[in-house]
Design a protein around this ligand. Structure first.
Ligand SMILES: CCCCCCCC/C=C\CCCCC/C=C/C(=O)SCCNC(=O)CCNC(=O)[C@H](O)C(C)(C)COP(=O)(O)OP(=O)(O)OC[C@H]1O[C@@H](n2cnc3c(N)ncnc32)[C@H](O)[C@@H]1OP(=O)(O)O
Ligand SMILES: Cc1cc2nc3c(=O)[nH]c(=O)nc-3n(C[C@H](O)[C@H](O)[C@H](O)COP(=O)(O)OP(=O)(O)OC[C@H]3O[C@@H](n4cnc5c(N)ncnc54)[C@H](O)[C@@H]3O)c2cc1C
Length: 672
């Protein structure tokens, strides 16, 4: 069977020649990335969206105002739901729906932006059966639009300091929702400003003057017909953001707004009509919607980095600049070692983030079904894992995307490249769902507990089993036959374990000297978040290893293994100081890693285009002139620029209003 190499009539010849060099079948690689069923569904879906013109952008969003963007994406999302049954096989499959949304709508946001990722997951996990019937069904059926209103103007991280109040009024069997100060205004919730009519609101539960901490409440905020805010509710948009401007992130205030008692989400925590409170089986079960999003973000961030890599690598095969050998003609910029070193490690990261995203979703599903039965043992493990992954992956993604942007030279800075928007959306991920540093410290808490267990000869969980293993003094990198990468993975494990134990010992020493646990934690916070990062980077490398091992097809396994080995080398060099501190690695071993990395850049080079083709991002989804599949970049850049609103007339009014009078006056002065 011939290998599938994604060649189509009308393609740029340069790209066709590149594609013909591939050592593997891109559709099979797509199956390794997405799973074969989803890869097939994605392909079919993209073709269907191509044919449905109502789902196409009416013009490039870069040339729209915010209001036009909101309106355009509201139009498309409605059309998307109207045609959903003809396009997707299973509308309850989040991955398929995300792909549809990427193709039709893009990543700038839309009125249902938080409805599906937080509002519905919060209802699924926290509403009891009767409440599910009342809100979940209508929410799934698009009879209402919901958001998740937790963050306030004054507090986002420290949830215990949230100020919004939900005071139980026994006499009327109602909660009174109130915003006591300006800092208590809800601030940031997506699609709140102008689109949503319902919100899951986090508020402090107060019964008979006693506070039980924050809980989630269903609040209708706008009239379902007029869409006007209900009495006692103030709501609006918080203004433009770095990116994601088709989303109306909003503010929300309550003036003694009353809701029925049964509007508190009561699957786990409960309040009866006499004001008797029942505790949930786990104190943090009400945080499940956040854990859900963190778990989803890993794969999505991988897709963002995959998109940027696709754009930069395809463009680097079209762009020629400078000569390597004088007189032999200008080379494709991807032939420069520096360009490969800039881009291929980002491509490898995109792959592993997508693999990790899949693993973590599987764990989330398991924890969710356990929670349904009141079983919460794995919740802490999942929280620790998602906190670390969310932070490390978003951080590396935006650093990687910035490399992709710079690798495209000047054109990367143009919105025509498509990178600025996806970068802007991805960088939001460093902040939303828990600020990265804060979440790393959450994982560090878990790791410090794990050390305590390890010292008793036990393991806190599967993810920290490696802490029980003895430390090797020296690495075997470069001391085993060429092509064996076990020692590389062992090095990730070594530096994570060493940093975790080192900081745990330092904390103990400070406490032994009489320092309180909290102050000792502050003194070592930077070292603690380092431990969390190293643990997570080890998890990612091990996940890549598991994936390569699981692939049956030899050609796919070989191409993936090249990326995996590049990942090991590149990431180890990025963290090499940790391995040098205790002389685990020697200078010659670092040189060995570098040389092997350069060798791998050359090995990967002929497969580069097919490795990005394998993501199977459609042109519609990429929204990038530079990353076009057919490679016809220059003529389309010119066409795109002509669409700029500034080109609607040769002379714009500001010239006559400001510049012309100034120049006339200057000329007159010089004539005097
Ligand atoms: C949206 C999908 C993404 C895909 C992208 C696709 C493209 C679309 C692009 C953009 C979409 C944008 C959408 C964005 C939507 C964003 C929404 C939000 O941001 S919602 C708000 C999120 N807010 C936060 O994340 C707040 C962060 N803060 C916290 O989580 C907590 O305050 C805390 C820092 C964890 C501390 O909590 P708390 O004060 O309650 O803790 P303590 O009482 O000190 O207890 C700590 C112990 O509790 C354990 N813990 C904490 N959380 C959990 C949990 N979730 N599960 C289990 N256990 C938990 C913690 O481990 C401590 O345990 P011990 O050590 O004491 O045993
Ligand atoms: C695009 C976007 C979409 C969002 N969507 C929603 C939404 O739909 N619903 C919603 O409720 N919220 C939403 N948010 C809000 C988001 O969840 C919060 O902004 C986020 O959790 C961070 O909280 P903060 O803004 O209070 O940051 P802060 O906590 O004020 O962070 C500022 C700095 O303080 C540091 N810091 C804070 N606490 C600690 C600590 N304990 N230890 C060490 N350092 C600390 C942080 O590391 C950071 O450097 C969204 C935000 C964005 C950007």
């Amino acid at each position: 069977m011939p290998l599938n190499k994604e060649i189509q009539p009308g393609d740029n010849d340069e790209l066709t020649r590149e594609r013909l060099q591939a050592t593997f079948d891109t559709q099979q690689m797509a199956a390794a990335l997405w799973g074969s069923d989803l890869a097939r569904k994605r392909r079919e879906l993209a073709k269907k969206v191509d044919k449905l013109t109502v789902l196409h952008d009416s013009k490039d969003m870069s040339f729209m105002t915010r209001e036009e963007k909101l309106s355009e994406n509201a139009r498309k999302v409605v059309q998307m739901f109207a045609h959903v049954a003809d396009i997707v096989e299973d509308p309850s499959d989040d991955a398929e729906m995300f792909h549809l949304s990427s193709n039709a709508i893009g990543h700038e946001g839309h009125p249902f932006g938080v409805h599906f990722v937080m509002f519905i997951p919060a209802l699924k996990a926290q509403a009891d059966d009767e409440q599910r019937e009342k809100w979940l069904m209508p929410a799934l059926g698009l009879q209402l639009i919901g958001t998740y209103a937790q963050t306030e103007l004054g507090h986002g991280t420290n949830l215990r300091a949230l100020e919004t109040m939900a005071t139980f009024d026994k006499a009327t069997d109602e909660f009174v929702i109130h915003t006591p100060t300006v800092t208590a205004l809800k601030w940031w919730p997506g699609s709140l400003g102008k689109s949503s009519n319902h919100a899951v609101v986090s508020a402090n539960l107060i019964i008979d003057g006693k506070s039980y901490g924050h809980h989630n409440f269903m609040v209708q905020i706008r009239d379902e017909n007029t869409h006007k805010p209900l009495k006692g509710i103030t709501v609006g948009d918080i203004g433009p953001k770095m990116a994601y401007n088709a989303s109306d992130n909003g503010f929300l205030g309550f003036d003694h707004h009353r809701i029925p008692r049964r509007n508190m989400l009561m699957r786990h925590a409960k309040v009866d009509k006499n004001g008797v409170y029942t505790k949930p089986p786990h104190a943090k079960i009400g945080y499940s919607a956040m854990v859900h999003v963190r778990s989803v973000m890993i794969g999505h961030q991988g897709m963002f980095l995959g998109s940027a890599s696709t754009i930069a690598i395809r463009y680097s095969l079209v762009r020629r600049q400078g000569e390597i050998k004088e007189g032999s003609g200008e080379v494709k910029i991807l032939d420069y070692q520096t360009q490969q070193h800039r881009l291929f490690p980002q491509l490898a990261r995109a792959y592993v983030f997508m693999f990790a995203g899949k693993e973590v979703r599987e764990l989330y599903q398991k924890v969710l079904s356990d929670m349904e039965k009141g079983e919460t043992t794995l919740l802490a493990d999942l929280h620790a894992l998602t906190s670390g992954l969310k932070s490390v992956v978003t951080h590396l993604c935006v650093a990687g995307m910035e490399q992709c942007r710079m690798a495209c030279g000047g054109h990367g800075y143009s919105r025509a490249s498509g990178i600025p928007e996806i970068w802007g959306v991805a960088v939001g991920g460093c902040t939303y769902e828990g600020e990265n540093m804060v979440m790393l410290l959450q994982l560090a808490r878990y790791l410090m507990k794990a050390v305590k267990e390890t010292k008793k000869g036990k393991s806190l969980g599967r993810l920290v089993d490696y802490l029980l293993l003895p430390q090797d003094r020296h690495s075997l990198i470069g001391r085993v036959p060429q092509g064996e990468y076990g020692p590389h993975l062992a090095a990730f494990e070594h530096i994570a374990r060493r940093q975790i134990f080192k900081v745990a010992d330092e904390l103990t020493k400070l406490q032994d000297k009489g320092m309180s646990k909290e102050i000792a934690w502050q003194k070592k916070a930077v070292e603690l978040q380092r431990a969390a990062r190293l643990h997570t980077r080890f998890y990612l490398a091990a996940c890549f290893h598991r994936k390569v091992q699981s692939v049956v097809d030899g050609r796919i396994r070989e191409a993936l293994a090249d990326l995996y080995h590049l990942h090991l080398n590149y990431e180890l060099l990025d963290m090499v100081n940790y391995a040098l501190e205790d002389a685990y690695l020697k200078a010659d071993q670092v040189d060995f890693i570098r040389e092997d990395m350069y060798r791998l850049l050359e090995t990967i080079r002929p497969n580069a285009i097919s490795l990005v083709d394998a993501f199977e991002f459609s042109d519609r989804e990429l929204r990038s002139v530079l990353g076009r599949r057919d490679g016809h970049v220059y003529e389309n850049l010119y066409k795109w620029a002509k669409e700029s609103e500034l080109n609607r007339a040769d002379v714009l009014p500001y010239f006559d209003k400001y510049l012309k009078p100034m120049m006339l006056a200057a000329r007159q002065r010089s004539n005097i």
